[in-house]
Design a protein around this ligand. Structure first.
Ligand code: GDP
Length: 294
């Protein structure tokens, strides 16, 4: 029960209280739940999510008897962990490149870390033996193409883009043609428009033209409560297949991203942990939960 250890450490005070008890009464459970609530709110988890989660934990902890050989304390921690995993969608899910072409539509607001994350994912895929190609459809940020050009040259990745073409859909169509024999094609998109509704309209149109195998949404781990609304907006343009949370190297705990998971039903597959290309990890629910509660 390695994972329980981590969670236990993070709820130290409460766990100390629970440690010596053979019977855990309602009062103690309510105290534990209150402590969890405090930790989650501090980690930017949406208040409604916190409420529904703590209600479930409390009900189960009061009603369920610990299985044989499990102490009441371990049992309560197991319930906390299980309910949080449930909320996160599922346990670690990999990006499964299971068809050709595998077309990835990358979405995210400007500054979310989308372009950096594309570089990181490419490196990850290269290590697995794939040679991804990138299509730049961001016609709004003049530096977008240059940023990708530099990145792809360093990594020896094929890039299609045309800084003089201002038609994102045309770029996507031409990119599809250019890379019709590639196994993995990644489409970088704009993160800014004159109006947010225009951005989402463009994403919807790109979704129709590209027909992505998987749409990946990049969420800045430091944005807190806005994550849910962002995810909801993007999921109206395309079906979000997975989420990557960037910038989890700072003090932010990324709890806001839980609302993105709740809104889209999509699992978090990776996290970004720094500005460098290797600062990228497969999502580990246990570590994430432990961090939220810490
Ligand atoms: P885009 O506008 O969404 O394409 O964002 P960029 O990829 O250009 O990233 C915006 C800023 O966030 C840059 O300064 C990146 O170096 C930084 N950034 C991206 N991912 C991470 C991360 O995981 N950690 C940190 N600390 N910074 C990141």
């Amino acid at each position: 029960m390695k994972m329980l250890g981590n969670l236990g450490e993070n709820l130290t005070n409460t766990m100390k209280k629970l440690a010596g008890m053979t019977v855990i009464d309602k009062k103690t459970i309510k105290e534990v739940v209150r402590e969890i609530q405090r930790a989650l709110i501090q980690s930017d988890v949406n208040i409604k999510l916190v409420q529904s989660l703590s209600k479930k934990i409390e009900e189960r902890a009061i009603e369920e008897k610990p299985p044989k050989g499990i102490t009441p304390r371990e049992h309560v921690i197991t319930i906390i962990y299980e309910e949080m995993v449930q909320l996160l969608g599922s346990e670690a899910v990999d990006l499964n490149i299971d068809q050709k072409p595998f077309k990835i539509l990358f979405l995210g607001l400007q500054g979310s870390g989308k372009t950096t994350t594309i570089g990181k994912l490419c490196k990850y895929l290269q290590k697995k033996g794939f040679s991804p190609a990138i299509v730049c459809t961001d016609t709004w940020r003049p530096a977008a193409y240059e940023q990708l050009k530099q990145l792809t040259e360093e990594m020896q990745i094929s890039l299609y883009g045309d800084p003089n073409n201002k038609d994102a859909l045309d770029l996507a169509k031409k990119g599809l043609k250019e890379f019709k024999n590639q196994k993995v094609i990644i489409f970088d998109t704009a993160g800014r428009h004159k109006e947010e509704s225009d951005l989402l309209k463009e994403m919807k149109e790109l979704d129709e033209v590209i027909n992505p195998t998987e749409s990946i949404l990049v969420i800045d781990g430091t944005i807190g409560q806005q994550a849910g609304a962002q995810a909801k907006a993007f999921s109206e343009a395309t079906e979000i297949g997975s989420i990557i949370i960037s910038k989890l190297d700072g003090t932010a705990k990324g709890g806001g991203a839980l609302s993105a998971v709740a809104e889209t039903g999509a699992p978090i597959k990776f996290i970004g942990t720094g500005e460098r290309i290797d600062d990228f990890e497969a999502f580990n629910p246990e570590r994430f939960i432990s961090r939220l509660l810490g």
